[in-house]
Design a protein. Structure first.
Length: 526
């Protein structure tokens, strides 16, 4: 093992330096508003609970803690993501050194991870993946330390490491339910590795599992009191409530994973999985990394048959141990010139894509040429190729809503604000003056259920609370509301443009005399 501390300090300096740059970017240069998911989780943080409609409570708790310290600002909402992203990189370095006994390789893994756009996105946007991946990463670190304690730390050190592993699982479950996959993956490693099989009979593993299971207690208790809505949402989200199979789903799944890993790294990961497959690999460290990677990837791949490919971020934790395994493979052989070119090319591509995603306005002409002209079916073609478009324009929309609210107040009317989708409601609540309550009408317009349907009062469950009120409807088809209100004013279009390019468009409609929903036209799924 390279005992020199230079690579450890280099890795720490790199991690801290990147964190500082991220904070300065978010504070002074970031062109993006909150993503719809971020704004929705901020809404959750205003009403703290033990669980929420679709996710565990950790993301809301972290956002509220940050906002209590620094105010309800975009930077405060995203600060926990920067912290979690930095801790993830520290864990990645630590695990690499544990497995490969090389601080130099640990530094290289951190540096390579920082060329991946998905790593930067997860460290800037405060979604559930930020604390979830951090918890999974450190569960890997503590689990391996528990399984291979040093000569001076056997016994007590092993128990402490198992307790910390259980605590990481507990935290991960509070962030994202799929943290439970960590336990069967670890159990498969122990079961299939004879020299480690004895751990299955020892109390430490079961203590670890019991501690981790405590994370599910508040989630289960809350769901028991709320009709098991999270389970029903997950069932629908995964496609389990459908009888049909999407035979192209696995291909879409593989294509999505290929894309987020820039092609090269996905191929390297696949090669590492093949090279170190258990029938061929006898070394326990490599088997540990393999079993903590592939089962998660396969799990979500199987669901791709039901949910038409799923979402690209679902198996992201599979690549944490997978990256450490792939790095060991790359360092163990003398790279061919083609491999070196591929490595440098992938790193350069990752840095370039990351920079473009930070300032997409500079490549907008290129995206427009790829997207083609606007049509009636596709009035916003730039959104097809610019994934950051959904993070822009919300302040502009909120300013227009504020202006309409002010006009109504001059007429002696205090309007109720409502939007079509839960994604819009959170943005309006965050960016409108005074952080007003926003109500979501999505359930009546074909959208799925959301947390807004559980909070009371709301127009669906408590119509009497809103009878006769004037609503300011954002992006809601007024014609579908004719039977709900006494009078509806002509809608007004709001268009957000950048350099003359239409990026987003909404409607604002004032509707008077709410009378309640006499019938539900279309009910969305869970």
């Amino acid at each position: 093992m390279d005992a020199s501390p230079q690579y450890r300090w280099a890795a720490l300096t790199l991690i801290v330096g990147v964190a500082i740059v991220r904070l300065f970017y978010l504070a002074f240069f970031c062109p993006f508003d909150l993503a719809p998911d971020e704004a929705h989780y901020w809404e959750w943080s205003r009403q703290l609970d033990w669980c929420y409609y679709s996710k565990g409570p950790l993301v809301a708790w972290l956002i509220r803690a940050s906002c209590e310290l620094f105010g309800d600002t975009t930077l405060a909402v995203r600060l926990p993501a920067v912290v979690c992203g930095s801790l993830l990189l520290v864990g990645l370095y630590t695990l690499t050194v544990q497995i490969h006994q090389s601080p130099k390789l640990g530094f290289a893994v951190v540096a390579l991870a920082l060329t991946l756009p998905i790593v930067h996105a997860g460290s800037l946007l405060m979604t559930i993946d930020a604390p979830f991946t951090c918890a999974w990463m450190w569960a890997l670190v503590f689990a391996w330390r528990a399984l291979t304690p040093g000569p001076s730390s056997r016994g007590r050190g092993e128990k402490v490491a198992l307790i910390f592993t259980g605590a990481c699982i507990l935290v991960g479950v509070l962030a994202k339910h799929t943290m439970v996959l960590f336990v069967p993956s670890l159990a498969l490693f122990l079961l299939t590795t004879p020299s480690f099989r004895h751990h299955l009979k020892q109390p430490g593993l079961w203590i670890m599992t019991s501690i981790g299971a405590l994370g599910g207690v508040p989630i289960l208790a809350w769901n028991a009191l709320n009709g098991w809505v999270s389970l029903r949402h997950t069932q629908g989200h995964a496609g389990l409530d459908e009888t049909a199979f999407h035979w192209l789903g696995p291909f879409k799944y593989l294509g999505g994973q290929f894309a987020i890993l820039l092609g090269f790294w996905f191929v390297v990961w696949m090669l590492a999985m093949w090279t170190h497959r258990p029938p061929r690999e006898d070394r326990p460290p490599m088997r540990f990394l393999w079993w903590m990677s592939l089962p998660t990837f396969v799990f979500f791949g199987l669901f791709a048959l039901k949910n038409d490919g799923g979402e690209a971020n679902w198996p992201v934790v599979a690549y944490l141990s997978g990256l450490v395994l792939a790095a060991g493979k790359l360092s163990a052989v003398r790279p061919q010139p083609s491999a070196k070119i591929g490595l440098l090319g992938a790193a350069a591509l990752g840095v370039m894509v990351t920079l473009v995603l930070h300032e997409p306005i500079h490549v907008q002409p290129v995206l427009l040429r790829l997207a083609g002209p606007a049509t009636r079916e596709r009035p916003l073609p730039v959104r097809r190729f610019d994934p950051t478009a959904r993070l822009r324009g919300w302040r502009f929309l909120a300013a227009e809503v504020n202006r309409t609210r002010a006009e109504l107040r001059e007429r002696g009317i205090e309007p109720v604000l409502a939007s079509e989708r839960w994604t819009q409601a959170g943005e309006l609540a965050f960016y409108c003056d005074g952080h007003p309550n926003i109500y979501c009408m999505g359930l009546f317009l074909g959208d799925r259920h959301s947390q807004y349907d559980l909070w009371r009062p709301n127009p669906r469950s408590d119509p009497g609370h809103f009878t006769g009120r004037t609503f300011l409807l954002v992006d809601i088809d007024a014609e579908r509301m004719r039977h709900v209100f006494e009078r509806i004013e002509p809608p007004r279009k709001v268009a957000y443009r950048e350099n003359g390019v239409l990026v987003a468009e909404w409607t604002i409609t004032v509707a008077h005399g709410f009378g309640g929903f006499r019938q539900v036209e279309t009910i969305g799924g869970y």
